[in-house]
Design a protein around this ligand. Structure first.
Ligand code: SR1
Ligand code: MG
Length: 401
């Protein structure tokens, strides 16, 4: 979809006039002069923090560009992703409470979403990179995924309603990014891919392993065909903000009706990556235990919340026993997607600061450990029955160095 004539990328200079033309949003920052900072550090969009007093929260404006920000105009990407993000926030508002930013509206001409300025919070990836402990984050995210699982699936919606919601939420261009960048390209020779030369042999082995390729094809097929709930679609630690006891999931521009395990897998891949970083940096034991708790705490909170919500399901035929079976299926998916989300960050287009800010030789050593963990997640999935077994793989591979 091309942008209209009135669309222009905002700049720190043009944001004040844009806000003046949006009085309802300007009311969040009523002072006479505005301080605007562009703080987008993701791969795709512009993000502005706007304040009338630099010391007090104001408003955040996020605008999609008609291309991939980190690549440039040579990689076009639909601006409609902002609409998908806005729609996801609207849907999540009904049950997510303060685990999403307060959502203030969407401008469909400029593809701008307005939301809460999460002033005292920081991106969880950066906090983990710095060795900060945010004890509540994993549990909050597990509960958030459980709530979206319940309230946007046939558990919480009449089947007709769910089908209409799913139709409105189709997000083919953003899904295609995932299908390509996460679930295909890393396993092929592709110009988007890169890795540290020290892991070339591991990468070659991965790409030549029929068992790996079959698992990834299966996961890709499930991503293409399974529409369980309105998943976030990109729930890595860079899509989460933490601070002051609050945990906020943001950036749901990849949201669509997909497999729930994809969201948990995204979180767990990044927990494994954070654990490997913590190990090569020899972080204190308390921090390493905190990171080791992310998978069990999120999984337990997810299961507990979904079980607590289940008596309120709209279709009693979806029994308690069915829920237990569904939880097993979500677990199995999540382990597989954790593998693919970890591998894409070591081998594919978009890498992560957890690893890339390490000095050599730690950087290459860390990437190798992550790839070995992820390969085992894929191949040993049937034997990885719970968080302890999953984390045992991480611990063993870290110990191998
Ligand atoms: C083109 S880079 C795309 C990646 O950035 C987002 O954060 C998603 O993870 C996506 O795969
Ligand atoms: Mg993002």
């Amino acid at each position: 979809m091309s942008v209209g004539d009135q669309y222009k990328p905002l700049t720190v200079e043009t944001v004040p006039a844009w806000l003046d033309a949006h009085p309802r949003l300007r009311a969040f920052v009523p002072g006479p002069s505005l301080h605007v900072r562009e703080v987008g550090d993701g791969n795709l969009n512009l993000v502005f923090i706007v304040r009338d007093d630099p010391a007090r929260p104001g408003i955040v404006l996020k605008q999609s560009l008609p291309w991939v920000r980190v690549f440039g105009e040579g990689w076009p990407l639909t601006v409609e992703r902002a609409r998908h993000e806005a729609d996801a926030y609207e849907a999540y508002q009904a049950f997510a409470g303060r685990t999403i930013p307060a959502y203030h509206g969407f401008d469909p001409t400029w593809y701008v979403i307005a939301m809460e300025d999460l002033a005292d919070l920081r991106v969880w990836r950066g906090a983990l990179n710095d060795g900060e402990i945010h004890a509540e984050a994993a549990g909050e995210l597990g509960r958030f995924v459980a709530r979206l699982t319940f309230h946007t699936s046939e558990a919480g919606l009449a089947p007709e309603t769910k089908k209409h919601q799913a139709a409105l939420a189709i997000n083919p261009e953003l899904c295609r990014i995932t299908e390509d960048l996460v679930l295909s390209e890393p396993y092929t020779i592709h110009e988007h891919n890169w890795n540290h030369p020290g892991i070339d042999p591991l990468v070659a082995e991965l790409r030549a392993d029929p068992g790996v390729l079959l698992e990834v094809a299966t996961l890709k097929h499930r991503f293409l065909t399974v529409g369980e709930a309105l998943i976030h679609g990109d729930l890595h630690t860079g899509s989460v903000m933490v601070g002051g006891g609050r945990t906020v999931a943001m950036d749901p521009e990849f949201a669509f009706y997909g497999p729930v395990g994809y969201d948990l897998g995204a979180l767990w891949a990044n927990a494994a990556i954070a654990a490997v970083r913590a190990s090569v940096l020899d972080r204190p034991a308390a921090f390493r235990e905190h990171v080791a708790g992310i998978v069990p705490e999120s999984w337990e909170a997810f299961g507990a919340e979904l079980r607590a919500l289940w008596p309120g399901r709209v279709d009693p035929f979806l029994s308690e026993a069915f829920l237990e079976r569904w939880l097993r299926s979500i677990w199995t998916d999540a382990v597989g997607y954790a593998a693919t989300k970890a591998i894409r960050r070591m081998v594919g287009f978009a890498h992560v600061t957890d690893i890339e800010t390490l000095e050599e030789p730690a950087r290459t050593a860390a990437a190798a450990i992550v790839v070995r963990c992820a390969r085992r997640f894929l191949l040993e999935r049937p034997a990885i029955g719970g968080p302890a077994a999953l984390w045992a793989v991480v611990t063993e591979e870290i110990a191998r160095g």
